[in-house]
Design a protein around this ligand. Structure first.
Ligand SMILES: Cc1ncc(C[n+]2csc(CCOP(=O)(O)OP(=O)(O)O)c2C)c(N)n1
Ligand SMILES: [Mg+2]
Length: 348
């Protein structure tokens, strides 16, 4: 367990730490199970990206968001959606390609979305979800809804031009947008210092006229405090960028064994564990006893085990529903393709 250090000597009244810890612990448990589901061949799709080690970004930033706020995520977005209130069973079913999933099994891990919870979509294209929050921010300002829209993406997306176009427009039009860069130090096998000469990523946002900060992802309270400050500014029309420094504990995707990292680096990186750190702080501050935390472990693990049982028991969507939920209802249907596939299906 990480030894708590530094900046939190005393318990604060009304501490949000127990709530943050619970959110992070649920994400950890979900990710461990979904990783196992993938290895057992029970997950749809050939890729799965886990956010283990990055839980504070999801928990801390989402704590600053409110109902009705919207967001997009990158390909490593399970934790963010959970922190915004997703039902883990419906999420896991989606990742398992089952009809009971959020997108009826047609989105999977990297294209999950749910308008009800403000999830405008995960996106497998690096940087692909960023511009959508500018549109959502413009709509929020136009209708005076008071909502913000947050884009979550990785450090790799800072190499994509769309981020800079989006930040520029958000700053120019003073849109209620937050750009959250989860800097897990790697874009696949490329370490951030091999990808840019200036890894102080928030400085780029300052150049465009956004507010910008970098925060240590070991410390979920620091993430939540920075996010609360920046979200409040964004609601008033000062868009912002928050970089959360953390470490990707495992490979890029479930199959990647990270041959490009040495053991010493991985061990040091995994000591920056936001879940273990928060747990140690809860004990140190007397906000929880070991028995409370053990009971919470059991409760959360049982919830996530039930999500596995649910997922495995569910059915895949029927082939006849292939086009349903894929195109917007008002979009013209792709008739030639549909007719061809209808013919192929009729042959079965
Ligand atoms: C435009 C584009 N280029 C390349 C890829 C292949 N690719 C998928 S994930 C990834 C790395 C992304 O790194 P980062 O943005 O830091 O996110 P992380 O995987 O670390 O969470 C790359 C290069 C892609 N999906 N889209
Ligand atoms: Mg990365």
């Amino acid at each position: 367990m990480t030894k708590p250090e530094g900046r939190h000597p005393a318990a604060r009244p009304n501490s949000a730490l127990p709530r943050h810890y619970r959110v992070m612990r649920r994400i950890r448990s979900f990710e461990e199970r979904v990783g196992e589901l993938f290895v057992r061949g029970q997950s749809a799709g050939s890729m799965l990206h886990l956010s283990i080690g990055e839980e504070s970004a999801a928990a801390g930033v989402c704590a600053a968001m409110e109902g009705g706020d919207t967001f997009t995520t990158h390909h490593r977005g399970h934790g963010i959606f959970l922190a915004r209130g997703a039902d883990p069973a419906r999420m896991m079913a989606e990742i398992g390609g089952k009809e009971a999933g959020y997108c009826h099994g047609k989105g999977g891990s990297m294209h999950i979305a749910d308008m009800g919870l403000g999830h405008l979509g995960a996106n497998a294209i690096v940087g692909g979800g960023i511009a959508a929050v500018v549109g959502a921010g413009l709509a929020a300002r136009h209708f005076g809804s008071g909502r913000i829209s947050a884009a979550f993406f990785g450090d790799g997306a800072t190499g994509q031009g769309i981020l800079y176009e989006s930040m520029n427009m958000a700053a120019l039009w003073r849109l209620p947008c937050l750009f959250v860069c989860i800097n897990n130090q790697y874009g696949m096998g490329t370490r951030i210092d091999q990808a840019t000469a200036n890894p102080r990523l928030h400085e780029r946002a300052l150049a465009f006229g956004l507010a910008g900060e970098t925060v240590d992802g070991l410390d979920v309270e620091a993430v939540a405090e920075a996010a609360a400050r920046l979200v409040a500014g964004a609601r008033r029309g000062q868009p912002a960028f928050l970089a959360v420094d953390c470490y990707r504990f495992y490979g890029h995707a479930r199959k990647d064994k990270s041959p490009y990292r040495d053991t010493a680096e991985e061990e040091a990186g995994r000591r920056k564990d936001p879940v273990a750190h928060a747990r140690a702080l809860l004990l140190q501050r007397g906000l929880a006893a070991e028995t409370d935390l053990a009971a919470l472990d059991s409760e959360i693990d049982a919830e996530m085990d039930a999500a596995i049982d649910f997922t495995i028991a569910q059915k895949e969507p029927p082939l006849s529903s292939m086009f349903r939920d894929v195109y917007a209802p008002e979009e013209p249907e792709p008739e030639p393709v549909r007719a061809r596939i209808d013919r192929v299906l009729a042959r079965d």
